[in-house]
Ligand binder design. Structure first.
Ligand code: FES
Length: 124
């Protein structure tokens, strides 16, 4: 039986509204990263991979929200996404979705708990 692994992200208090943490991981055995952020008080996460091109949302700037703080924004060409669903609301790639990643917030901590996501040190 495959063991369950949770990947530590941070203490709950260290993830403020519209703030994010980037976690380098293996996603389906491939090096990747996950963005974990807080929106309307809720902790959410997606694979850090734009639907437009294979780029990370924070590839050009150390941020994932637009200037309003209400939409996620890819720093490469500016596609914006609805944070709760990960759906593109830009004309380009309209309706395409970021890949959601399961996260848990409990006991004042945040963990990635998605079976497709493994720690980087399991590589090789
Ligand atoms: S690669 Fe993200 S908007 Fe183009």
């Amino acid at each position: 039986m495959r063991r369950k692994t949770r990947i530590w992200v941070c203490h709950s208090a260290d993830l403020k509204e519209a703030d994010y943490h980037r976690v380098d991981v293996l996603y389906s055995q491939k090096p990747s990263s996950v963005i974990v952020f807080r929106h309307n008080g809720e902790c959410l996460a997606y694979r850090n991979l734009c639907v437009h091109m294979p780029r990370e949302l924070d590839c050009e700037a150390d941020m994932i929200f637009d200037a309003t703080g209400r939409l996620l924004r890819c720093s490469m060409h500016g596609i914006v996404y609805e944070p709760k669903t990960g759906t593109s609301v830009s004309e380009i790639c309209w309706g395409k979705k970021l890949t959601p990643v399961k996260v848990e917030e409990a006991d004042d901590g945040i963990w990635i708990s998605d079976k497709r996501v493994r720690p980087m040190d399991e590589q090789g």
